[in-house]
Design a protein around this ligand. Sequence first.
Ligand SMILES: Cc1ncc(COP(=O)(O)O)c(C=O)c1O
Length: 409
Amino acid sequence: MQLLTTQMSEHITNSSWIRRMFETGIELKKQYGAENVYDFSLGNPDLPPPSQIKEAIDQLKNISEKPLAFGYVPNAGIPSVRAKLAKTLGIEQNTTLTAKDIVITCGAAGALNIFFRAILEQGDEVICPAPYFVEYGFYVGNYGGILRPVKTIEPDFKLDLDAIEKAITPKTRAIIINSPNNPSGQICSHTELKKLAKLLEHYSDKFGKPIFVISDEPYRFLTYDNEIVPPVLPLYKYSLVAGSFSKSLSLAGARIGYIAVNPDMPSAEQLLNGLTLANRILGFVNAPIIGQYLIEHLIDKGGVDISIYNERRHAMAQVLKDASIEFTMPKGAFYFFPKAPGNGDDKEFVATLQKQNILAVPGSGFGYPGYFRLTFCMDKQIILNSTEGFKKAMNASRSYRKLRNQADK
Ligand SMILES: Cc1ncc(COP(=O)(O)O)c(C=O)c1O
């Protein structure tokens, strides 16, 4: 008996590798002990939230018995929280923002979903530089849209503007930029964004309807070596920013994020009304109120200790160097996206790593075969302890290739 839509059944089949990986991790940990399994597959931010969270929670205790303390709030969010967010986002984006430019959402995931709900017609296309966060395909597909991945240029995953231009059609409605990028850890430069803006201005005029840029920035806070993430709002009027506090405050389970609309966008109010209604009718109603209170208290008090992520980044780089695995140093976020060795079969190499109890995700899952993703959301010592496993996997991979080549002769 068929209970699901054809699309949902296909989604389950296509994403079954994520479930399998999850299950394999649990199985290996049971078999060998958690301390002997190097699970670099999941990006669950493990640093504690900033210490001021205790005061924020105490404040919640003080109001908890008041009527409506946890009642419904406006669909776009508590006005005072929106105003505070507008201030910090305005500084990040070098743009004057006010509360009315912002909708508070259920994480960056909620922000992207309400955006696509508001703008996509059946069959509309959304361009996305690859490698990309695997959920984008689902978020776009949820509203009848089609994701059009366009490969970036190796080794540092720069936008391929010629390929993006070729991918633009009258059905193109938006392009997603994710900087720092999951999985590559690379940052889109000001020059790349400027060129992209020029290209999109041209095609928006040509087709008589805007092509939006949605900049997905949940890792904006997490950059290394004084890198900055250039703001997109000052460069292109049909731009929006989505983000969250899942990583910057380690509040991933609190499900709190936002979307900001460029105040220079013609008819911006129309889009904001659409986003607000989408937040309601998709069933989010309003972003979780506890998260909104926490943000109000924490937003101007700093974030998680990013020096810890930086130490882990250096540890992971050392491990990869010691194992002679090729990679480009990530400039931000908490991922490495190294090259699969030899013939570049990412799935095969991930399977080889698994034999050493090392869990990684094949680049194919991010629309970019030939590479694999490692997260560094775990203790530095665990990362360092994985060195031997990586070396053995590289040796095994060399031996398979040698055998295969001999067999082919
Ligand atoms: C690139 C990217 N965008 C969006 C999200 C969604 O994050 P959240 O909804 O927790 O803010 C994630 C989560 O890992 C991500 O990596």
